[in-house]
Design a protein around this ligand. Structure first.
Ligand code: NAD
Ligand code: IPM
Ligand code: MN
Length: 359
């Protein structure tokens, strides 16, 4: 298979974790006789520095001529005081909107050999296998008006029926391939947008009689995510609730550095990015956990390229590396056997090579 991947490294640990992911993809390509072409583009703070724009035209053109996008992370203190239009985060929002990547899939699954890394009890963590389906191109992030003066500031939470319908359908379809349960998270006791959201979930469920549906208010959902996370299968929710709940869910697995994501539209085109940010506190030290980004490339292979075996091969290699007790600093719990980003990626690559010899 011949594929073009646009690589947008971004800021902070973005270049470190995408480099690791590209190395792994290169090994997978060699082993399974694929040709992946990696072309690099600029986004976020790096793009502001170089092009005075967080998402330059060149980058959009590169992505348009690619089969998928791999993104590191954007943002950092250097740009935090910039005007809104010149913030790195604007580049990320703009690329999601430009490509209509309305469905952000954020799987959260317990890794059996990492149960000890979670601050939660092992028996609470072990049953966890959920998919957070976050609406990504609507809601508070994009509603107008959105502005601020010294006296007042406004953001607008608006959702159209079509925007809600397509994300809810996506959640039902995913639930069918999983354990058949959808939890819709909203704030329908207060917000009008949530009332429409809940109505649409109730309409759509009629077409999916095989799916168990529950509504959960976001505040208590945040609590249940920690007390009984194993009870969730698919969670579907609006943009900002999904942002917050997914970082919360990362605590269950032990590190934000473990959570991958896919931001996709209906035709399968997608942008693949870790859930975490640019981690300025560890950037440049070579110690970031690249697992989330490597696992995001597995999602790319699965969802955009239909390469299930290759995707599962990456996931298995990562599981084995954890089983063998190799960790980056975020997961080490103070042990001396801490590997750098590069050393840990080397272990994943060694494992992929070993598997290919034994096959
Ligand atoms: P963050 O996710 O960057 O970091 C939160 C904490 O988790 C930090 O202590 C960090 O060191 C740690 N962490 C995150 N990923 C890690 C990894 N792979 N390995 C080891 N440790 C990791 O969140 P933040 O500090 O709130 O935000 C920093 C910047 O990132 C901000 O500018 C924010 O806007 C941006 N951000 C970008 C994205 C994105 O590009 N998708 C996502 C979230 C935040
Ligand atoms: C994420 C990030 C982004 C978001 C920011 C950086 C705009 O937190 O991808 O989770 O809120 O969507
Ligand atoms: Mn986030």
């Amino acid at each position: 298979m011949e594929k073009r991947v646009a690589v947008l490294q971004g800021d902070g640990i973005g270049p470190e974790v995408t480099e690791a992911a590209v190395r792994v993809l290169e090994v997978v390509a060699r082993r399974f006789n694929h040709n992946f072409h990696f072309n690099y583009g600029s986004i976020g703070g790096a793009a502001i520095d170089e092009f005075n724009h967080p998402l330059p035209e060149e980058t959009i053109a590169l992505c348009e001529s690619s089969d998928a996008i791999l993104l590191g992370a954007v943002g950092g203190p250097k740009w935090d005081q910039n005007p809104s239009e010149l913030r790195p985060e604007k580049g990320l929002l703009a690329i999601r909107k430009h490509f209509d990547l309305f469905a952000n899939l954020r799987p959260v699954k317990a890794v059996p050999s990492l149960l000890h890394a979670s601050p939660l009890k092992e028996e609470v963590v072990q049953a966890v296998d959920m998919m957070i389906v976050r609406e990504l191109t609507g809601g508070l992030y994009f509603g107008e008006p959105s502005r601020k003066t010294d006296k007042a500031a406004v953001d607008t939470l608006v959702y159209t029926r079509e925007e809600i319908e397509r994300i809810v359908e996506k959640a039902f379809e995913l639930a069918r391939l999983r354990r058949g349960k959808v939890t819709s998270v909203d704030k329908a006791n207060v917000l009008e947008s949530s009332k429409l959201w809940r109505e649409i979930v109730d309409e759509k469920r009629k077409s999916y009689p095989d799916i168990e549906v529950e509504h959960q208010l976001v505040d208590s959902a945040a609590m249940k995510l920690i007390t009984n996370p194993g009870a969730f299968d698919v969670i579907v929710t609006e943009n900002m609730f999904g942002d917050i709940l997914s970082d919360e869910a990362s605590v269950i697995t032990g590190s934000l550095g473990l959570l991958p994501s896919a931001s996709v539209r209906s035709d399968g085109f997608g942008l693949y990015e870790p859930v975490h940010g640019s981690a300025p506190d560890v950037a440049g030290k070579g110690i970031a956990n690249p697992a989330a980004t490597i696992l995001s490339t597995a999602m790319m292979l699965r969802y955009s390229f239909g390469l299930e075996t290759e995707a599962a091969t990456i996931e298995k290699a990562i599981d084995t590396v954890f089983e063998d007790g190799h960790y980056t600093a975020d997961l080490s719990g103070g042990s001396d056997r801490v590997l750098s980003t590069k050393e840990w990626t080397d272990k994943v690559i060694e494992e992929l090579d070993l598997q290919s010899v034994s096959n």
